[in-house]
Design a protein around this ligand. Structure first.
Ligand SMILES: [Zn+2]
Length: 404
């Protein structure tokens, strides 16, 4: 006996009673259950399965296996009649996305002769692959407008079984699988007609809204990501709140938030240029002063210094000014107090004894830091804000090597 597919008779049926035809104990106390009738849609055609409960036990999965609809239940539902309840929020979401897929596919075909050759629906995303080499912003907007026009027209969606020899009377978006005797046709007037075994809404208006969220090239096709119904609302809400927060930060209306942000970035870049120029001047003066102050050890002048808020480029700029002097070595650090990290740059002028990469590795190893480079220049990092301690250790090690 075949399970009666209640989800075809009434895709809005949320609760039903049924008899158990067969049940099998699985690992971990779960049961595989076959019913005489079910409203649980098994995964298929790109639409995920329903979940819900059978006699208040969670239905974890529903799959078609060897022509049977098998419900995987968390426990033993007993032997008598069962009451099944499907997770309606999940199912309605699937119906919104899946019906939206029909509309979008119909529009792509009508406008650009582009076929839907792949459908993916998950909790995170809804995508179709269409046979187009490219898709412009303008084309995407046109498709989106046309799809939403079908939604707002609130057209009926019909599903019916037809014999294969009746198919010639229909203009189908895609050919049915050859293995079926009867074909289930799903049609939306003046939009789409195609064989489909999924669950659909009664009226296009229930899709609510269809928003294309993005697209990318996939081999010879375009993969279009979109959202329908409550997902489109959630997407709008997320972006609206983001836009509003951004606008509030700039005390501007939402429409003017982007220009305000661009002005902010320009200002930032201008300040950064000023800061870089000021640092170069400061580095020049500081390098001259420190090189004069430091007492040479075996003819070598070791300059060490920790800076706050410096990047790698700042350290390199200062190092270049030190190592331009004969017999000079610099042991530098940039401290990030917030992250509790420091980065290091050790550099030596030509002909200075000792290898900087070796010195850096030995200095950082005790605090779990790492570094690399060559004899003249080495860079690294350590998970500590106490850069002064590390620099002092390095200076002592280097001094002992130069003048033992
Ligand atoms: Zn369908």
């Amino acid at each position: 006996m075949q399970t009666e597919k209640l989800y075809y008779l009434d895709p809005y049926l949320q609760e039903f009673s049924a008899a158990i035809l067969r049940k099998t104990a699985l690992a971990d106390g779960r049961f595989a259950v076959v019913l005489d009738r079910t409203a649980f849609y098994p995964e298929g055609g790109g639409q995920p399965c329903d979940t819900g409960t059978l006699n208040k036990l969670t239905v974890l999965n529903v799959q078609t296996k060897n022509g049977e609809i098998v419900h995987t239940v968390e426990g033993d539902p007993g032997d008598g009649p069962v009451v099944g309840k499907i997770d309606w929020q999940r199912r309605f979401d699937h119906m919104q996305q899946h019906t939206g897929e029909h509309i979008l596919s119909g529009v792509f075909l009508a406008k650009y002769r582009a076929e839907n050759v792949g459908f993916h629906l998950s909790a995170a995303t809804v995508q179709i692959d269409v046979t187009l080499p490219t898709l412009s912003d303008e084309q995407a907007r046109e498709v989106e407008d046309a799809a939403n026009a079908v939604i707002f027209a609130n057209r009926p969606i019909e599903a019916k079984f037809v014999e294969t020899d009746e198919l010639a009377a229909y203009e189908l978006r895609k050919a049915p699988g050859a293995e079926f005797e009867q074909i289930r046709l799903v049609s939306i007037a003046d939009c789409d007609c195609c064989p489909c075994g999924g669950t659909h809404l009664r009226l296009t208006g229930e899709v609510g809204l269809l928003k294309i969220r993005g697209w990318e090239k996939r081999k010879n096709n375009i993969r279009v990501e979109f959202a329908c119904g409550y997902r489109a609302l959630a997407d709008y809400r997320l972006k609206h709140e983001l836009a509003r927060s951004l606008a509030n930060r700039f005390s501007s209306p939402v429409e003017l938030a982007l220009p305000a942000f661009e002005r902010f970035l320009e200002k930032q870049e201008s300040l950064q240029r000023e800061l870089n120029a000021a640092r170069k001047t400061y580095h020049e003066e500081l390098a001259t002063r420190l090189l004069n102050e430091v007492a040479p050890v075996g003819g070598i002048r070791i300059v060490s210094r920790a800076f706050a808020g410096y990047g790698a480029a700042d350290l390199q700029d200062f190092a270049a000014r030190i190592t331009a002097a004969d017999g000079a070595v610099c042991l530098l650090a940039a401290v990030d107090e917030t992250a509790g990290r420091s980065s290091f740059l050790f550099a030596a002028a030509p002909n200075v004894p000792g290898a900087m990469n070796d010195l850096l590795k030995r200095s950082l190893a005790p605090v779990g830091g790492k570094g690399g480079g060559n004899a003249a220049t080495a860079q690294g990092g350590a998970p500590t804000a106490d850069a002064d301690g590390i620099l002092a250790t390095a200076r002592t090690m280097l001094t002992n090597e130069i003048a033992p």
